[in-house]
Design a protein around this ligand. Sequence first.
Ligand SMILES: Nc1ncnc2c1ncn2[C@@H]1O[C@H](COP(=O)(O)OP(=O)(O)O)[C@@H](O)[C@H]1O
Ligand SMILES: [Mg+2]
Length: 363
Amino acid sequence: MGTTNADIHVDEISEDLSFVAASAVMRKIRAQAELLAKVDGPILILGESGSGKEVAARLIHKISARSGYRFLKVNCAELASDLPENELFGCEGGASIGGTEMNTGRFGLCDKGTVLLDEVTEMPARHQAKLLYLLQDKQFRGENRVDVDVRILAATSVNIEKALAEKRLREDLYYHLSTFTVRLPPLRERRDELQVLLGYFMNRTAERYGLAPRSFSDALLAACQHYSWPGNLRELENFVKRYLVMGDEPVALSELRPQVGFRLAEEVRQGRPLEPASRKDRDNSEDANGLKSLVRSIKGEAEKNAISNTLAKTGWNRKEAARLLSISYRGLLYKIEQYQLTPPSSYFSPLTKNRAWRNGQGH
Ligand SMILES: Nc1ncnc2c1ncn2[C@@H]1O[C@H](COP(=O)(O)OP(=O)(O)O)[C@@H](O)[C@H]1O
Ligand SMILES: [Mg+2]
């Protein structure tokens, strides 16, 4: 089902989603996916946000024997810690509601299919315990004792060793999930496929919007090559969309200008030393972009204040704060990390410590 054009491999997953592999590392991952599709066990997919974990999971499902059945993504960060386990996994044996009613949970909707547990380290502890039990038991049983058979894939964008050390993810569950691990490199580590991806997203979006594809000048391509793409392919795709619609090269170029603070925060977050390109960018921006970086730092300060005030107002209930700020929950988590905001210690009672805060429950 894949289209191979010299070194470019494209698998169509659905009408508007394909898996593109145009670098050696991505072609290797494509080959791995093919093998793993045949092995019907759990897989842990690691990679930064936007690096393509969900696309890889959908590809594995698509080329597996389960492709005729459903693919279900469960966002573990959105699972309330008080969600009854049954609603997710169904429940085993015992009295069923109303005698005949089936309760196979969300997993039951996906019988014979694949479930992707996205941001698995955010799964509430009680669900982790139940999932471990079910994985050990191999099968998921519904209340009517009909077995529910799903393949579990799990994904995370956080540092897994850190999540284990902080006991956010159970170690025994991790060993079950990580028999096979796929690690998607960030886009800045596969710049050799950047140009192919730009062309791919441009053609696909142009077709979808009924517009003529726009070409990239050498200057714009060079700027893309130098940029660090902290949001990875998701950011790249949105950049192409904006450039196609707005057609404004100076604006596109200015979007790719290194945002010094942002990039530094990103590199520090990844625990990586600065790449030569960013060091060069930083030097350039110091003399040429004095006013711009001043404006940026003022904007950053204002954003940081708005976020920290809203968190204080909601008692660090981050879901509520994200709603008030009209940004996504994930976006808010990212900003909290970027600005290194921490809740006052009074928000932690000894019992609720980690969990309540991480689930956005606050107080
Ligand atoms: N290998 C790929 N080929 C084509 N598009 C991709 C690929 N990886 C990611 N994308 C694009 O980037 C977007 C974000 O990818 P996604 O898998 O949701 O990232 P993650 O789950 O790692 O945050 C996708 O919707 C898709 O459009
Ligand atoms: Mg994702």
